[in-house]
Design a protein around this ligand. Structure first.
Ligand code: ADP
Length: 662
């Protein structure tokens, strides 16, 4: 066994690998870039080596620097995590040459599975069912149309070297094939330096279900059940679970055995994942094999009790797998959500900055929080903006979802945009709860994007009741502090009015031991009980006996209650105060339609217009780069540019004015 391992990665996955090493008594070496100086992974490791500038191409992706760091520290093995060099055959080979073990599969297996066309051919040979399609080189648009017509619409055009959902197009007609073929080819060339694309049948309403495999260097390969990752946004996973609510025992076994067969043809000798797309009739087809630890591996660990990183380390050290196929038992259910620094209400644009607040449910037997940042950490524009993978375990699916949903209620992130409310909305969605999901779930349920969550009436009423108790406690404290401030004496049984989103709700409130009873409108009394005290950021209590957790904060005009993904700004008033408030002029937000604002923090790549220029709706005005993606900002309507405020090379904050219209 190794006694020192270097982790060639950063963030949550580096921290996660370090945890297992610690448990096994193995010393760890972290590597870090300029942007990660002082980062959690660096502090958790026994040693840390600086490997260069912030840009990954100058640090985490430089093979020589990682090899040099191993030599300098005497690390005998490298765990690559995911992304960066994890599926880079040259890296695995360079380590081998330097006499350092690579904690991952052999370079030939990485190579064989690295290309979608080649791996599909291998899969076919191994008797694995693959999506019907054409795997040869495609000469041009005409040929692409001909092939697509033969396969039958709809089809999917995919980059062979693709990854991360890039270079993929769905086409439902000859025209769309022509368009998709050229755009997928261009995207593939630009993103991967390889313009080969192929065409396969597009499976309608598919589910993404993948099999975790584990092999050693002695010819043993087993499978550890499946993970369902159908909740995706633009082909990127958002929520994952294990097992899948869709598989029966026979399909699970068939998929597992095919995954093992494919792994054996490439002498697979580490943890890996065979991805399948599954049709509504449970027909399944091989998509690709990922020759690394997957982001979503925790859900498998939670239901099998197997530490995949430990297994990877052991097999890299030449140990035989100690687990046999029959030993693998799936216990209960696990769900994972990916908490990202992004802005769901702004089309999920990445958000960067300092994490002023970062708290979530405490880790326990049923909660796992894989994170690489702490309160005060910076989410930079250089890397993947993931904050955490929050996972839950339950004895069944409903319980696991319930636990995770409650954990999201206990999550508090401030300083940057985040998707916690959106994740709550997904977990609480009746269709998600029913298990009737496909990879189109998000696109179908939020066709116009996410604009915030509206709670069902019952839950909203209990949030109003919570807001009422908070109001009472705040008032009582104010009276206590102020002594003679002349606040009206609170009379139990009083009629009050709650104002939420400009709507008024009649409340009848009565005092009760440990809380109060609140009737909203003509509804039944809700018994709110809690030890909450003014100033506490979380309300923890019960409403009619059921646990309710909500994040609360004071607003100039009431209280904000964040619960179930909804942000409710509630003002509780006496009828007289409500009456007077109705007479107050409404405060309107300033009209910003005359400005082009920067939608995310980023760098101005170019400005396409000048002062005084007339523009048409849809015309490109500026290009802003954020998270390595170029975003074209267009005119929403016809108009004239009055003044351009930004220039190429400027680094802009969110909502900074780029230009002003006349
Ligand atoms: P990447 O390597 O870019 O992640 P994948 O081949 O793994 O690409 O596919 C990513 C996602 O795209 C899948 O999870 C699925 O949602 C969708 N997808 C891929 N191929 C098909 C197909 N033939 N039919 C339907 N959906 C597909």
């Amino acid at each position: 066994m190794f006694d020192k391992i270097l982790i060639a990665n950063r963030g949550e996955i580096a921290c996660r690998v370090i945890k297992t090493c610690r448990r096994l008594g193995i010393k760890t070496v972290a590597v870090y870039s300029d942007a990660d100086d002082g980062a959690l992974h660096m502090r958790m490791a026994d040693e840390a080596v600086h490997i260069g500038a912030a840009a990954a191409a100058e640090s985490y992706l430089v093979i020589e620097k990682i090899v040099a760091a191993c030599k300098a520290t005497g690390a005998q093995a490298v765990h690559p995590g995911y992304g960066f060099l994890s599926e880079n055959r040259k890296f695995a080979a360079a380590l081998k040459e330097a006499g350092i073990a690579f904690i991952g599969p052999n370079p030939d297996a990485i190579y064989a599975m690295g290309d979608k066309i080649e791996s599909k051919k291998l899969a076919k040979q191994a008797g694995v069912s693959t999506v019907p399609g054409y795997l040869g080189a495609i000469g041009g648009t005409d040929e692409a149309v001909k092939i697509a017509t033969e396969i039958g619409f709809p089809v999917m055009i995919k980059a062979s070297a693709g990854g991360g959902g890039k270079g993929m197009r769905i086409a439902r007609s000859a025209d769309e094939v022509a368009q998709g073929f050229s755009s997928a080819t261009n995207e593939a060339k630009n993103s991967f330096g390889d313009d080969r694309v192929f065409i396969e049948k597009y499976i309608e309403q598919p589910r993404h279900i993948e099999i975790q495999v584990l092999g050693d260097k002695h010819g043993n390969v087993i499978y550890l059940g499946e993970r369902e990752c159908s909740i995706q946004r633009r082909h990127q996973k958002v929520v994952e679970e294990a097992p899948s609510s869709f598989l029966d025992e026979a399909t699970r076994k068939a998929m597992g055995e095919q995954a093992v067969a494919l792994s054996k043809t490439v002498n697979y000798d580490s943890a890996g994942t065979v991805e399948f797309i599954v049709g509504p009739d449970r027909s399944f087809y091989f998509l690709e094999m990922n020759t690394r630890l997957q982001v979503e591996h925790p859900v498998t660990e939670l239901i099998t009790g197997i530490d995949l990183v430990e297994q990877m380390i052991r097999v890299a050290a030449n140990e035989k797998l100690a687990i046999k196929q029959d030993d693998v038992k799936l216990d209960g259910w696990a769900v994972e959500v990916r908490i990202y620094a992004e802005d769901p209400v702004r089309g999920f644009l990445p958000s960067t900055g300092r994490l002023a607040r970062w708290r979530t449910a405490e880790e326990s037997k049923v909660i796992r929080n894989d994170t690489g940042v702490v309160e005060g950490s910076e989410i930079s524009m250089f890397y993947d903006p993931m904050i955490s993978k929050l996972c839950s375990w339950g004895k069944d699916r409903a319980q696991a979802i319930e636990t995770l949903s409650a954990a999201l209620d206990e999550t508090w992130i401030a300083g940057i945009g985040h998707n916690v409310n959106f994740l709550s909305a997904v977990l609480d969605h009746p269709r998600f709860r029913s298990g009737d999901i496909s990879t189109n779930f998000i696109a179908e349920e939020w066709p116009n994007g996410y604009a915030g969550t509206v709670l069902p009436e019952e839950r909203q009423n209990s949030a109003l009741a919570v807001a009422t108790l908070i109001h009472i406690r705040n008032e009582l404290r104010a009276r206590h502090l102020g002594g003679k401030l002349g606040l009206p004496e609170w009379v139990p049984g009083e009629e009050w009015i709650a104002i939420l989103n400009k709507r008024e709700y009649k409340l009848s409130v009565s005092d009760a031991e440990g809380g109060c009873d609140v009737k909203v409108g003509k509804g039944k009394a809700l018994k709110v009980r809690s030890g909450w005290k003014p100033g506490e950021p979380f309300f923890r209590g019960t409403v009619n006996g059921a646990t309710v957790v909500a994040r609360v904060s004071a607003r100039p005009d009431g209280v904000r209650v964040v619960h179930g993904g909804a942000e409710l700004d509630v003002a509780v008033r006496t009828p007289r105060a409500a009456e007077l408030a109705r007479l107050m002029p409404e405060k309107l937000p300033p009209d910003m339609s005359k400005y082009l604002l920067c939608p995310m923090p980023g760098l101005v790549v170019s400005i396409a217009v000048a002062d005084g220029e007339a523009v048409k709706a849809g015309q490109a005005l500026a290009v802003v780069e954020a998270m390595k993606m170029e975003n074209v900002l267009r005119a929403e309507r016809d108009g004239t540019v009055k003044k351009v405020n930004a220039k190429k090379g400027d680094s802009l904050a969110v909502d900074q004015v780029i230009l002003e219209f006349a």
